[in-house]
Structure formats: structure tokens, C-alpha cells
Design a protein around this ligand. Structure first.
Ligand SMILES: [Zn+2]
Length: 334
């Protein structure tokens, strides 16, 4: 795909084009930003642009090199990503050995490291060595959500580009182009995406809507029945193959964000959870929920949501983790 076809990341594309035109291409880029906003696509498009057979302004996207890169079937292009939870040292060694070989056919041999935050310490150190002594005619593109979990020494040896969340319009445009979903479904996905286009949400639209409906029910009526229902449902969702717990955490994040919005009297057209029902009904639900919480409590809830997510990622019992989060919310409200 030509770089100019990447949507919503004009700033990043600009920086890349400037580097190419001024012949200031670094040996390593670091693309950061939330997931599903085009970092990987941009990295592939850059590899195509650097190696395209046609000498146009941008990659043609159609020559055999461009096509092979798109299919990850080009001898001078490699994508390294976690096998399981981590990128293993063996994977890194193999890729770095490959990188140091002379390019087969390409002008530049490109290695993409997708999920750089999953490098273990040993693997990160191996990488660092290559970044310190880069081989000629090679380019490494590291992709990570943020620099937080990366070694500072790695970050400082790369040129960083921060990718921005996609606007609602761009997300809508992408979904309209690539799916045959209804306008209402697209809007729901954009709202939940919070600035990204998440492919996995499309298949799970119905589950997501159920989670939202159930949770809004809890958040607008805090009675003892609510508590019972909440405990029962959390147990079920934590064990379910549909991973409702994920959608619940995502939903809580957007809901409490909306709540702070309403409590601060900010413009109501910026409310994220707008789908399904009229704006007025949603605002009154939010206001109803807002009666139960102080801003201080909401910030604590935000912290709790993030802690629950981390705990689950570290293998905590899912049912218990979301149950304890929901009980925290319940207790704050009652
Ligand atoms: Zn081409």
C-alpha cells in the first residue's frame, strides 16, 4: 500500500517523507501509539516505498516487490512478533543474523519488530547491540504502544514517531470501506474503538452490545438485586470463551470517561457511548449514574480498571478480578 493511502496519520507520513527526501533515513524508527491505528501498515508501506521497482514518488503497491512485501514473502523483509507472551531470545538472534546478511534483491533490508514491549531483557540487549552498530542498507522498525516498557537505551537509539488516535470520521471511513456493516454498527464500533479500528470488535458486536446493556443497568440502579446480578454475571463472564470481561473493562473505561465529561458540563456531542438510543436518553442515564459518584471516586475507579487489566494479563483469575472491580464500583456508589 502506498504511504499516501494510510489514513489519519498525515503527521507520521510527513516525517517519513521528509526523512526520505532529505536522505536522512535513520537506521531505526520507533513507531508508538495505541493499537490498531496504522503503525504496522505504515511500516509495511515504508518498506515497499524503499524497495518498489518503479521509481515513483511513492510505492506502486503493484510490482512484484511491493506485492511480496505485502504478503511477507520477500527475502529482504521480515516481521518479528511475540511467540506467546514474549519475543524470545532465539527469535531475536535468528532475525538479527538474517539482518546482517547482505540484501538479496532489495535496496534496503527491512526488519519490523511488532510488539517491541514484549522483548525480554536478554532479547532487548541483543537488539541494543545491533542498534549501536547497525549494518549498512538495513532498516529496523520497532512498533510499540508506548516507550514505557522499553529500555531507555533502545528508545534513545531510534527515531521516534508518535502515531495519533484516529478521528471518528477516519475510523468510520475505514470501516465503511472495509466492511458491510450498518451505519449504526459502524458508529458503535467507532465509539468503542476510542480512536482505533479494532478488527476483533467487528465479530463481537452482539456480545459487546449485551455487555454494554447489562453494565448500564448496573450503573444506573445500585440495589441489592444489582449486587446479586453483578456477582453472578461476573462469574459467568470471567469463565466465558467470549471474553466478555474484556468488553466490560473497555466499556467501563468509556463510560466513566463520559461520566467525567457530563459532570464537567462539557459538550454532550462528544459523549462516546452514543449508540443505540437517543442522545437525550443516554445523557440522562449518565446523569443518573453521576449521582452516585464523586470525581475522586471516578479517578479511583479508573485506576482500578487499569489494575484489573494488568492483574488479568498476569494470569489472575478473571472472574475474581472483574468481580472485585465491580464490587469496588458498587461500594463506591452505595
Ligand atoms: Zn512497487
Amino acid at each position: 500500500m502506498p504511504l499516501q493511502d494510510i489514513l489519519g496519520q498525515e503527521h507520521a507520513i510527513d516525517l517519513l517523507n521528509q526523512a526520505i527526501h532529505r536522505d536522512r533515513m535513520p537506521h531505526a524508527w520507533l513507531f508508538t501509539g495505541q493499537s490498531n491505528i496504522g503503525k504496522f501498515k505504515t511500516a509495511v508501506a515504508l518498506a515497499q516505498k524503499l524497495n518498489c521497482r518503479k521509481s515513483g514518488e511513492d510505492a506502486c503497491g503493484e510490482c512484484d516487490f511491493c506485492l511480496q512485501i505485502a504478503e511477507q514473502n520477500f527475502p529482504d523483509f521480515l516481521v518479528l512478533e511475540p511467540e506467546g507472551k514474549y519475543i524470545k531470545i532465539d527469535q531475536v538472534r535468528k532475525s538479527l543474523n538474517w539482518l546482517h546478511l547482505h540484501p538479496d534483491q532489495a535496496k534496503k533490508r527491512v526488519l519490523i519488530l511488532d510488539g517491541a514491549e514484549h522483548l525480554g531483557r536478554e532479547a532487548a540487549n541483543a537488539f541494543l547491540k545491533t542498534l549501536e552498530e547497525p549494518a549498512p542498507n538495513t532498516l529496523i522498525i520497532l512498533i510499540a504502544e508506548s516507550t514505557q516498557q522499553l529500555l531507555e537505551t533502545i528508545v534513545s537509539r531510534c527515531q521516534q514517531i508518535r502515531f495519533r488516535p484516529l478521528s471518528m470520521e477516519t475510523s468510520e471511513h475505514i470501516l465503511r470501506q472495509h466492511t458491510d456493516l450498518s451505519q449504526q454498527q459502524i458508529q458503535l464500533l467507532c465509539e468503542f474503538g476510542m480512536g482505533s479500528v479494532r478488527g476483533n470488535l467487528i465479530a463481537n458486536l452482539e456480545i459487546m452490545q449485551n455487555v454494554q446493556k447489562k453494565a448500564i443497568g448496573w450503573l444506573t440502579t445500585f440495589t441489592s438485586e444489582t449486587r446479586e446480578d453483578l456477582l453472578r454475571t461476573c462469574e459467568k463472564w470471567g469463565k466465558s470463551k467470549n471474553e466478555e470481561w474484556r468488553f466490560l473493562l473497555d466499556f467501563f473505561e468509556t463510560w466513566f470517561r463520559d461520566l467525567t465529561w457530563v459532570l464537567h458540563d462539557l459538550p454532550e456531542d462528544q459523549i462516546v457511548n452514543r449508540n443505540g438510543i437517543s442522545a437525550n436518553t443516554r445523557i440522562s442515564e449518565l446523569k443518573q449514574c453521576g449521582k452516585y459518584f464523586t470525581l475522586q471516586q471516578i479517578f479511583e475507579i479508573f485506576r482500578n480498571i487499569s489494575d484489573s487489566r494488568t492483574a488479568i494479563e498476569l494470569n489472575a483469575n478473571k472472574s475474581l478480578a472483574i468481580e472485585s472491580l465491580c464490587l469496588h464500583i458498587y461500594r463506591s456508589a452505595t
